[in-house]
Design a protein around this ligand. Sequence first.
Ligand SMILES: Cc1ncc(COP(=O)(O)O)c(C=O)c1O
Length: 440
Amino acid sequence: MSDLPQERRLVTEIPGPRSLELQARKSAAVSSAVGTIMPVYAAAAGGGVVVDVDGNSLIDLGSGIAVTTVGNSNPRVVAAVTTQVQAFTHTCFMVTPYDGYVQVAEALNRLTPGSHDKRTALFNSGAEAVENAVKIARHHTKRSAVVAFEHAYHGRTNLTMALTAKNMPYKHGFGPFAAEVYRAPMSYPFRDAGVDGPAAARRALEVIEKQVGADNLAAVVIEPIQGEGGFVVPAPGFLPALVEWCAANGVVFVADEVQTGFARTGDLFACEHEDVVPDLIVTAKGIAGGLPLAAVTGRAEMMDAPHTGGLGGTYGGNPLACAAALAVVETIEADGLVDRARSIGKTMLDRLGALQQRDPRIGDVRGRGAMVAVELVRPGTTEPDAALTGTIAKAAHAQGLVVLTCGTYGNVLRFLPPLSIPDHLLAEALDVLDGVFAEA
Ligand SMILES: Cc1ncc(COP(=O)(O)O)c(C=O)c1O
């Protein structure tokens, strides 16, 4: 547990004077294209709080976008990284390898869904790993097309921009994008009244069969619960039907679990919820407690398809990040964090569901585990209310909550607390949110 007092404490306006000073320096020094959601400069973080440079202690409902799942500066992560940094910081796994990388690969092969023979390759970011999953699928199938879904987010590199659905801010003006990427309709129960999972899968597969053709298709890439696109939880049966079709057609099913992985959703991986076994699974974010690490894990025959030397990168599987990842795995198992995510999810869904009963602007409350969102609409409709979402997020920030928004229509407030958040802070955050909604 963190040494920081686990309290919400506001000693200045948010942002405070020191943060404002730093924000002015940021504007002069950092590209304005790199935005900040909440210009509150961090000084320390742990448990369930972020302490800023003005001494304010904020309740963390963002985990640095689903990264610090085991808590910021988790003691096991700090100890493991400290030991590693004193031994060596980098040799490059492709030059003189080291044990930590192999151990992380072994852990991922053991922990990810499916009992088949697996292999893993490590990278630096989610986007880089998604790109590599596509490279592997193409090499294995000798086909080139890739299908992604409406509302998908897979990153900001050229290929992953093509896979990502939303134009602003991710793609606008950055084209041309990679070729041979096709988009299929998603299962989005709130906006899809009456279309159940199997029917939504049939709708997607018809698009795929008519517009792409299974024989041309290397991979279907999907987030089991969509992240940036709005915490969209597909209807039951949607993912299993896609997996079945992929298996029948020699198409590689790639689960992008960059945001959903590592206990976040109340399973170690979100695919487990419906017993979905992906051919390749992409992980990042929560994997290493805040150090940059990402992975592709999957069927040995697919992972071994590219020629030796075909995959890699200078920093992929950096020794510090690997040490952190092993500490993360140990923490999830030792501290029962999968169960902790479920209990956080129950608290959030209960409280936000009660709020929805009182507030007709909340059209939908959804999510699993510690990945929960509310979608804001004009009462009685599904018409998105992005302006209200922005107002609520701002008011929550001013009250000392770190909350994020998302969604294709910018009308989703999402909650991703670290699993180290104490119950009393989570309850206080939900009380504050009740007040913010009452006043907005
Ligand atoms: C589902 C998903 N895939 C890929 C990415 C890209 O990861 P990164 O930002 O580490 O490149 C993200 C990031 O938010 C994500 O949520």
